[in-house]
Structure formats: structure tokens, C-alpha cells
Design a protein around this ligand. Structure first.
Ligand code: SAH
Length: 396
């Protein structure tokens, strides 16, 4: 195997085609397999020196044998990728969170590429950490990363939430395991004025949809009258809207999520929440047929378009729920509508919400155009990380 001296170490070489180099110049931190000049005989998770034609050094990247994404760039410099390198990146991630995360003890500490940790996610819940290694290279370095986290965060516990489907694409096994300290069944966290129970072991994602935190806090201002929170999970939006609302109806299909939403209502002393276990589409259809009306509606569905192939169906689905919401809102009512499908851009989302309003015969004013919370910074060069859209609209 050919070697290249980078950062004082000999690294195996991976070469890009001229087209691969052009793509790499856009700054995108991933290289697809068909942009490799030849397939190297490297194991998954290996760090490689990436070269273009004429031996030009382009950077250092993690190699994968199984994923369509053959390379994930770690650095564009000729530097040593060792424990000290990761320590510097962790320090930067921690310092950044200190600046932008306020009024909560539940936030994302490390967000993959955006924090210089390709394939690693670390969420912080009141001193308990949930870690996801989404690439063989990170899987290999977990002991090193855990040691750093212990040193810088002194967590109460660390749990590997290695049950993401993304691991399958990398040929990694799925597992959930507490590797340090004791994790209670539920951990209590604070999000602004709201308290929440989090199930780090079995909750969706790593327990909470942390990317929506600032949008949930923004929603507080709009609470009034009858509120409908569709795709409610454990009551994220509902709990923030409840203090100023007469009643909040939560619609959620997961029994486990709804049970925790009830616990959360109790924890915050709210008695104006109503819990409906139902499929969103049938609930909305029935509510329209029954002539129900709301002052505020939240739509926060799971990603309908998980791939480009699912786009057409997804757009239809988003259109349907948004049209129904427009039909259900009182004059002057507020719609908080979200999409976390990265296969649907913000202009496309705006367009389909506009179409939904038109087909419900409503005019809407755009009040806020929001994205993921600041602890989930998006890399401009990685459009995949610009996935969350949250629009706040007011209907005439
Ligand atoms: N708004 C929540 C997060 C919602 S995530 C928060 O801020 O915490 C999407 C939720 O939709 C999940 O809880 C999932 O269980 C639920 N869900 C998925 N499909 C559904 C359907 N067809 N009907 C109702 N709920 C659904």
C-alpha cells in the first residue's frame, strides 16, 4: 500500500478523480465512492491522506468500505490527527456551547462534521451523556473520545445510543449500552421554564429532539386559546404553549411518548393538556369534518422524505397536513409548521405551505423563519446539515 507523510505520520493514500477534486473544492466534507481514482484496499475506519492528480495533498479523511460516502474529511491540513487533535476540537465544541446555550441543561455538545467530528454525536442531558458513533473510524476511537469527555465534562453517566439506522450503512452493529456511571430510567432536564423527563436509553433520537429547542421556546409567545400540537412526542411544544393556553390537545401515535408527555404535564403542574393517541392524518381529517377550530396549531412531523425517491409522496403528505391545519385555524390563528426532511429545501417547503394555504382558501403572513437551534450549527458546505425548517405563520 502506498504511503504519504502527513502530520509526521505515514498514512495510506486515496486518490480522487479530477471530478472528485472539483467536488471536494466546493468544500463538501464527503467524497462518494465513484469519485475515487481507484478503490484502495483499506479497512473501514482508516485515516487516509487524500491526493488529487499531480500528487496534490487535499487533506486527511476517514475511509469507509461499505457506505456510498467513501471519505469523510477530518482536516485539510498536514497535521497529526491524534489525541491532542481531538482534545482541541472538543475544547472548541464545549466553548462554543458555553456561548450559545442558555437556560437549559439539555443540548447537543458535539454535532458531527459541524464540530469537526465526522460521524460523532454527543448530547448532554443534565450531566448524562448520550453518544452516537456513526462511522467505523469513530467507533474505533470511542475509548479515546470517552476519556476526553470524562476529562472535560465529568459526566454522571455515558450511554452509547448506537441504535441509529445510519450505523447499518457502515456495517456497524446496533446497540444501546451505558459504558460509564449509572443512568436512571428517567433524567429530569430543564428547557427554559419547562421541566422534562428524558428517557436516554429508549427515547426517540437520544431522548429529545434537541434541534427544536429554540423553536419550542419561540412558540411560547404564541400560546392562547385552543392549541393543537400534532406529532407531539413527549409534549415538547405543548408544554411551552400550555401556560398561556386554555387547553392544549396533543396528538401522537407512540404510546410510550404519550405516557411521558403525561408525566411531563404532571411534573410542570399543568392540568389543561389533553392526550390523544392517534395517527395525525386521520385525526386532522376528522377534526376538519367535525368543524373543530384552534387558535394555534403545531405540526412537527418526522422526516417524510428520507430519500430523494420518497420526495413526491412526502410533499403530498406535508401538503395534506398543512392544508388541514389551515382549515382548522380561527381567523388570526397561528401555524407553527416544521419539516426535518433534508431532501426538501426551505424554498420548496415555503412553496408547499403556500399551496396548502391556497387550497384551504386562506391567506397567511410569514412571521418567523427558523431553523435548528444554535447548538446544531450547519456546515454551509454540507447541505445535508441544513435540514430543519420551522415557519411561524398567521392566517387572516
Ligand atoms: N414536537 C416534538 C418532536 C416530534 S417528533 C418535540 O418537540 O419534542 C415526531 C413525532 O411524531 C414522534 O413522536 C413520532 O412518534 C410521531 N409520529 C410519527 N408518525 C406519526 C403519525 N402518523 N401520527 C402521529 N404521530 C406520529
Amino acid at each position: 500500500m502506498e504511503n504519504y507523510q502527513a502530520g509526521g505520520r505515514r498514512l495510506p493514500v486515496v486518490r480522487l478523480t479530477p471530478k472528485g477534486v472539483r467536488w471536494q473544492r466546493t468544500g463538501h466534507p464527503w467524497t462518494y465512492r465513484n469519485d475515487l481514482a481507484e478503490i484502495p484496499s483499506l479497512p473501514s475506519g482508516e485515516l487516509a491522506a487524500v491526493l488529487g492528480p499531480q500528487e496534490k495533498f487535499l487533506g486527511q479523511a476517514f475511509y469507509s468500505t461499505t457506505s456510498r460516502i467513501a471519505l469523510r474529511f477530518v482536516t485539510y491540513r498536514d497535521e497529526t490527527v491524534d489525541a491532542l487533535f481531538w482534545e482541541e476540537r472538543l475544547k472548541r465544541a464545549v466553548a462554543y456551547r458555553r456561548r450559545v446555550v442558555q437556560d437549559t441543561d439539555a443540548y447537543r455538545l458535539i454535532y458531527g462534521e459541524a464540530d469537526g467530528f465526522a460521524g460523532l454525536v454527543v448530547d448532554h442531558y443534565a450531566g448524562h451523556l448520550a453518544v452516537q458513533a456513526l462511522h467505523p473510524a469513530l467507533e474505533r476511537r470511542l475509548p479515546e473520545i470517552i476519556e476526553l469527555l470524562v476529562r472535560y465534562i465529568t459526566p454522571i453517566s455515558i450511554t452509547l445510543r448506537n441504535d441509529s439506522e445510519m450505523r447499518r450503512l457502515e456495517g456497524l452493529p446496533l446497540e444501546i449500552k451505558t459504558v460509564l456511571g449509572d443512568l436512571p430510567d428517567l433524567v429530569q432536564v430543564r428547557e427554559g421554564p419547562v421541566r422534562l423527563w428524558v428517557d436516554i436509553r429508549a427515547g426517540q433520537k437520544t431522548g429529545l429532539f434537541l434541534d427544536q429547542r429554540e423553536n419550542r421556546l419561540a412558540a411560547e409567545a404564541y400560546g392562547r386559546g385552543e392549541v393543537l400540537d400534532v406529532f407531539a412526542y413527549q409534549g415538547g411544544f405543548a408544554l411551552h404553549l400550555a401556560p398561556k393556553a386554555e387547553r392544549v390537545t396533543l396528538v401522537e401515535s407512540s404510546e410510550a411518548a404519550l405516557r411521558l408527555a403525561q408525566e411531563n404535564a404532571g411534573l410542570n403542574g399543568f392540568h389543561n393538556l389533553e392526550f390523544v393517541k392517534a395517527k395525525a392524518f386521520s385525526f386532522l381529517k376528522k377534526a376538519v369534518a367535525e368543524g373543530r377550530r384552534f387558535e394555534v396549531i403545531v405540526l412537527d412531523p418526522p422526516a417524510f422524505a428520507k430519500s430523494r425517491a420518497e420526495r413526491a409522496g412526502a410533499i403530498k403528505g406535508y401538503q395534506e397536513i398543512n392544508r388541514r391545519a389551515f382549515q382548522l385555524l380561527n381567523p388570526g390563528g397561528t401555524l407553527i409548521t416544521c419539516s426535518c426532511s433534508y431532501n426538501l429545501s426551505e424554498p420548496e417547503f415555503l412553496d408547499l405551505v403556500r399551496t396548502a394555504a391556497a387550497s384551504a382558501g386562506r391567506q397567511a403572513r410569514l412571521i418567523e423563519r427558523r431553523g435548528a437551534a444554535r447548538d446544531h450549527p450547519a456546515l454551509l458546505s454540507l447541505p445535508e446539515s441544513l435540514y430543519l425548517k420551522c415557519l411561524i405563520l398567521e392566517v387572516e
